[in-house]
Every structure is written in structure tokens, then in C-alpha cells.
Design a protein around this ligand. Structure first.
Ligand SMILES: *[C@@H]1O[C@H](CO)[C@@H](O)[C@H](O)[C@H]1NC(C)=O
Ligand SMILES: *[C@@H]1O[C@H](CO)[C@@H](O)[C@H](O)[C@H]1NC(C)=O
Ligand SMILES: *[C@@H]1O[C@H](CO)[C@@H](O)[C@H](O)[C@H]1NC(C)=O
Ligand SMILES: *[C@@H]1O[C@H](CO)[C@@H](O)[C@H](O)[C@H]1NC(C)=O
Ligand SMILES: *[C@@H]1O[C@H](CO)[C@@H](O)[C@H](O)[C@H]1NC(C)=O
Ligand SMILES: *[C@@H]1O[C@H](CO)[C@@H](O)[C@H](O)[C@H]1NC(C)=O
Length: 534
């Protein structure tokens, strides 16, 4: 009895300790096959939000709205462990720009006294700093709050990004001198080399336009990567592809040669509008299949080559979200859950100081509202937060792997209730499911498995001792439908579904192909791996 108590006590201490582990990473980070890991070899999953600081004023957005520490704390409270913090190259290479004060930058742009007064009131310690010191102050605030930072060189000349013809598109473009770029990267890497919370540098955002070619890509990415690593050997070197960072497929044939190892991460971007208006004009199952196939072909294959893949930008309008964006979100969440990807949401900003000439422009993709006080869309935020926790990792880091059954449209997973019922609930509290070779969905270590009872009737658990349980097939192009044949007279096929009251039921399968109006979201489920870590 006594022994048991001591053991129990030790176990509780241990679990308390491991509960805190995820926030106490042993920095710096490095890579181990497709995973980003800390010094102890524990996986660190980057769940980032983009915080823009590359627009016309070269000042972090939001500082007129809230104190920097309030914003940093908010980021942490929202469950992000990382910020992709953007900077314009000239901030590092043009001394006259870097030494301009924040106040001057606002007044030079003709911004009204009221706005500057708000800046002064919210951030009195920043308003008279030089732009480069203000940038450092924001990184300092994030670090103080234990938020990791990825410095992202977003553009050369401060301003809104990105267009083919904005002069910042590719090496050799009007504002994009490759040598100056390497110099600026080196300077930035050096500037932050003593800050362990600066965990990565994303070398250049969204290369694009008619000048882009792989020859220059290999040449300059190699130079940039080597110099950054030399200046700060601790940071992850994060490299983007061509065509607005949607295409890294050329790496299949020709790898990027670097002299250092275990620091290289690749970055890809994906929005609902990537590759055209597909989500508006196609059947959602087919478009989702296309989207994930393209992502795997153009970037996802790098995980098989042993590199982490960072989806550095994705996102959707939080205000006035369209149906097509909802479908994109469901598909994206499924993909992100399947691979437990590292990612960065575009964007934190509820508004911009100046965007394309408009002072105080609103950002519909903003996670925060226009006043930077709170999330602008609680429902979408809740669903996004499902992909923040770490669920998978290197084989050496977990005891056991099980399945969860994720429903992207609600951001919830299938859980057993008391008795033989099932309901949607928090994915982090999911039962350990097993998707067996017989295609049953069973709760591990029991004879219980998920059973369909009939059209428009609740799904429930049944005892499957004779292996007669419902067989679930991942159906439709998206493979997100879980279909089964009912053992009635007509052998009707039904799909697992969620009704308006969030109950799990089975219904005729919907929108399997062709139909572009129909939304299959309620019937989309992703069976994904989740690990029990040591
Ligand atoms: C450097 O910055 C200053 C101040 O913003 C600007 O006037 C100047 O044009 C910049 N120089 C270059 C070469 O971009
Ligand atoms: C990706 O880039 C390569 C190299 O430029 C090109 O050959 C290929 O067609 C591109 N793929 C797509 C899908 O655009
Ligand atoms: C922002 O603040 C202003 C002034 O306090 C208020 O009128 C407005 O409703 C707020 N907007 C949002 C989106 O919270
Ligand atoms: C889900 O469960 C985890 C772990 O128990 C908890 O930390 C988290 O806050 C929960 N999420 C929600 C939305 O309740
Ligand atoms: C089988 O299908 C027929 C014709 O569609 C229908 O009338 C009947 O109710 C169905 N039987 C069952 C058990 O679902
Ligand atoms: C239902 O399926 C079973 C097994 O495949 C088959 O033997 C039976 O003929 C089917 N019944 C109908 C009405 O299609």
C-alpha cells in the first residue's frame, strides 16, 4: 500500500512535470527526419501566427491599438507558441531607414496626430525608438512571454506584399539585389544570435513572377542559407519555393546542397485561392483531393525526404467567411491533422497602420478584431486551435500510437460517452481508437466499436466480440467520408454525419461528386494518428 502511494506520488510529479514540458523547450531547435525537435530530442510543433511588420511604416502592426506586451500575452493565451514576424530587407540594409524613429515613420506618412497619440499612449517605450530598435523591442516582448519567433524576410522595400510586378518578386528584380539580400539576412541573424527565442529565419517570402527560375533559386538560397547559418548556427533555416511559395517540386530531382545538417526546414503556403477559384467552382470532395494531392506533390514529399514542412502561411477571411473558404478550412484542417504539420496562420493583424495607402485599413483575414482586443471569429478560432497541440512525433518519443476521429467542421473528435453512446468532444481527450484491418473503428483494449444503426439514427458503440461490427470505408475523392453498408434488406450505404445538434448519426452520403453547391462538411472525418508521448 505504502509503496503504491509513493509510486502514485512520483507518477503525479512526473505527469505534472510532463504537462509543463511542452512550454519549456530546450532551445535551440534542430531537425530529426521530418520533425523539428529540441535539444532533448522532444518534438516541438510550431503553431505560429504571422505578425506583420513589413508594411510601409516598417513598424509592427497593432501598436497604436494595444501595448506590445498585451499583444504578446494574447498570442500565448490563444495557444500559439510562435510568431512568424515579418521584416522588410531595407530595415536591415538602409541605415537611414533603420534609424528613423517610429514617431517619424508615422508623421512622414502623414498620419494624423490622434493615431500617433494612441501609439504614444499604448506604447510609450516604443514610440521614440528607431525602427530597428522597435523591431527588437517586439521580439523582446515575445521572448519575455516565451513565444518563439521566426524572422521572415517578407519583402525588400517596405510595403504590402505580394504581386508579380511589385519590384520585389525575385532575385534581380528592381528592389531585390541578391547580394544586398544576403547582407541583410546576415545582419539580422547576427542581431538576434543571442536570443534563444529567435528559433528560425525564413529566408524570403513568396518568390514569384516572370523572372523566377530554379538556377538562381539554388544559387542564392544556398548563399543565403550558408551565411545565416554562419552568423547564427542556432536558427532553423527555413526555405520557400517558387510561385508564391506553392512549388518546391524541383527538389525531387535536385536536392539543395548545404554544408550543415539538421537545420533545414522547407516552407509552403496555401490559401483557398491558391491555384485559382477551384473552391468556388468545383465539387468539394474533388477539390479537396486535388488540393491535398497538389500540396503533397509540390511540397509534402519533402517530409518523406526527411525534412520538416512548415506551412508558413494559410488562412481565411474571419469576417464574412464564404462557403468556399469554409470548405477549404475543413479540408486544410484534415490535412494538417493527418501529418500534424508545423504551421503559421495568416494573420494576427486586425488592421494595418497603412496598407496600400489606406490608413487603418481593416484586415478581413485578421485573427484579432480591428481594435486588436479579441478574436474576431470565435467559432473559426476554436476550430483552428484543434491543430495547435502536438499530437505526433519521432518514433523514439512515444510509447504508443493510436487514432483519433476528427471532424473538421466542428473542430471536435469522436468520444465515448457513458453507456454505449458516442459524442463529439475535445480531441485532446479522445479515446484511443483503432482502425482495424477489418475496417472497424474500435476502442483500443475493448470489444467496443462504432456501429451504424440506420439512416438518420444515432451512431453508437456495440460489442464486437464476433467481429460482426460495422465496417467503415474512407470514401469519395477526399477520402473524408466514412461510409458503411447497412445490413437491412436494401443494403443501403450511409455515411457518418453530424446533425445540427452536434449528434453523431448516419445519413445517406452527400455531395460525393459533381454537385458544386452541396457542402459535405458535416460528413467529413479524418482518421489521424495521435501519440502517447513518454
Ligand atoms: C533609405 O531609407 C530612406 C528613409 O526611409 C529613404 O529615403 C531612401 O530612399 C532609402 N534608400 C534606399 C537606397 O532605399
Ligand atoms: C514547379 O516549378 C518547376 C520548376 O520551375 C516547374 O517545372 C513546374 O512546372 C512547376 N510546377 C507547377 C505545378 O507549377
Ligand atoms: C473598436 O473600438 C471602438 C472605440 O472604442 C468601438 O466603437 C468599436 O466598436 C470597436 N470595434 C471592435 C471591432 O471591437
Ligand atoms: C481540450 O483538452 C485539453 C487537455 O485536457 C485542454 O488543455 C484544452 O483546454 C481543451 N480545449 C478546449 C477547447 O476545451
Ligand atoms: C428498401 O427500399 C424500398 C424501396 O426503396 C423501401 O420501400 C423499403 O422501405 C426499404 N427497406 C428498408 C428496410 O430500408
Ligand atoms: C446485400 O448484401 C449481401 C452481402 O453482400 C448480399 O448477399 C445480398 O444479396 C444483398 N442484398 C440486396 C438486397 O442487395
Amino acid at each position: 500500500m505504502g509503496k503504491c502511494r509513493v509510486l502514485f506520488f512520483l507518477l503525479s510529479i512526473f505527469s505534472l512535470f510532463s504537462f509543463f514540458l511542452p512550454t519549456l523547450h530546450a532551445l535551440p531547435l534542430s531537425t530529426s527526419s521530418r520533425w523539428i525537435v529540441d535539444e532533448k530530442g522532444q518534438r516541438v510543433k510550431l503553431a505560429c501566427v504571422n505578425w506583420p511588420s513589413h508594411l510601409d511604416l516598417a513598424v509592427a502592426e497593432g501598436l497604436t491599438k494595444q501595448p506590445v506586451d498585451v499583444i504578446s500575452k494574447k498570442i500565448k493565451d490563444m495557444g500559439f507558441n510562435c510568431v512568424r514576424f515579418t521584416w522588410p530587407l531595407y530595415l536591415a540594409t538602409n541605415n537611414s531607414l533603420a534609424s528613423t524613429t517610429v514617431r517619424q515613420s508615422f508623421t512622414n506618412a502623414g498620419i494624423s496626430k490622434d493615431v500617433v497619440a494612441n501609439l504614444q499612449a499604448n506604447n510609450p517605450s516604443i514610440v521614440d525608438l528607431s525602427l530597428i530598435n522597435a523591431f527588437k523591442a517586439v521580439v523582446g516582448s515575445l521572448s519575455k512571454n516565451k513565444v518563439m519567433v521566426i524572422l521572415d524576410n517578407h519583402i525588400s522595400k517596405p510595403g504590402w506584399c505580394c504581386a508579380d510586378s511589385d519590384g520585389n518578386s525575385f532575385f534581380g528584380d528592381k528592389y531585390f539585389n541578391p547580394n544586398l539580400w544576403v547582407k541583410g539576412l546576415t545582419k539580422m541573424a547576427t542581431l538576434f544570435k543571442d536570443n534563444p527565442f529567435v528559433v528560425g529565419m525564413s529566408l524570403r517570402n513568396e518568390l514569384r513572377g516572370p523572372m523566377q527560375n530554379t538556377k538562381d533559386w539554388y544559387r542564392y538560397m544556398q548563399q543565403g542559407a550558408e551565411q545565416v547559418h554562419k552568423a547564427n548556427p542556432n536558427v532553423l533555416v527555413i526555405i520557400s519555393g517558387l510561385s508564391f511559395d506553392t512549388n518546391l517540386s524541383f527538389l525531387k530531382k535536385q536536392p539543395l546542397f548545404l554544408t550543415f545538417t539538421r537545420k533545414l526546414v522547407f516552407e509552403v503556403h496555401h490559401y483557398s485561392f491558391t491555384g485559382g477559384p477551384k473552391w468556388r467552382v468545383g465539387n468539394a470532395n474533388q477539390v479537396c483531393a486535388d488540393m491535398t494531392n497538389n500540396l503533397m506533390q509540390n511540397a509534402g514529399f519533402l517530409m518523406d525526404q526527411g525534412f520538416p514542412l512548415f506551412v508558413g502561411e494559410w488562412g481565411l477571411a474571419m469576417v464574412g467567411t464564404s462557403e468556399s473558404e469554409e470548405r477549404y478550412l475543413n479540408c486544410f484542417l484534415g490535412w494538417a491533422m493527418e501529418y500534424d504539420l508545423d504551421w503559421g496562420l495568416w494573420t494576427l493583424s486586425g488592421s494595418y497602420n497603412v496598407k496600400l495607402g489606406e490608413v487603418g485599413a481593416a484586415e478581413s483575414f485578421g485573427l484579432l478584431n480591428r481594435n486588436w482586443t479579441d478574436v474576431s471569429n470565435e467559432g473559426i478560432f476554436q476550430r483552428i486551435s484543434t491543430i495547435q497541440p502536438l499530437r505526433q512525433g519521432p518514433e523514439t518519443s512515444y510509447r504508443h500510437k493510436h487514432k483519433i476521429i476528427f471532424h473538421p467542421a466542428t473542430g471536435l473528435c469522436i468520444l465515448k460517452t457513458t453507456g454505449m453512446g458516442v459524442q463529439l468532444g475535445n480531441c485532446s481527450e479522445s479515446n484511443h481508437w483503432d482502425y482495424t484491418p477489418q475496417n472497424t473503428l474500435a476502442i483500443e483494449g475493448s470489444y467496443l466499436c462504432l456501429q451504424a444503426q440506420g439512416s438518420n439514427r444515432p451512431a453508437r458503440l456495440t460489442i464486437n466480440s464476433q467481429n460482426t461490427g460495422t465496417k467503415w470505408v474512407q470514401m469519395s475523392d477526399s477520402k473524408l467520408h466514412l461510409a458503411t453498408e447497412l445490413s437491412n434488406n436494401n443494403n443501403t450505404t450511409v455515411c457518418l454525419d453530424v446533425d445540427s445538434g452536434h449528434n453523431l448519426i448516419t445519413n445517406p452520403c452527400k455531395c460525393l461528386s459533381k454537385d458544386i453547391k452541396c457542402d459535405p462538411g458535416s460528413q467529413w472525418f479524418k482518421i489521424a494518428d495521435a501519440c502517447d508521448f513518454y
